[in-house]
Design a protein around this ligand. Structure first.
Ligand SMILES: [Zn+2]
Length: 61
């Protein structure tokens, strides 16, 4: 299952949408380039149990 989530780029503060693959675990960390400024954000993803929602905290990769 995949769910859609969002984070704010730490560099340009634009909102990015990401698709999280739930089968990767309830807590995931990976680096993704901003779709606007192409700089790398490290995403800390927490999937809320039982909900089709994820919280994402971004920091410097
Ligand atoms: Zn950006």
């Amino acid at each position: 299952m995949e769910i859609e989530a969002w984070y704010t780029c730490i560099y340009c503060f634009e909102q990015n949408d990401v698709v999280v693959d739930v089968t990767g675990g309830m807590n995931q960390v990976y680096v993704e380039d901003c779709q606007v400024c192409c700089r790398p954000n490290r995403l800390h993803i927490s999937i809320r149990p039982g909900l089709r929602e994820a919280d994402i905290q971004a920091d410097e990769a």
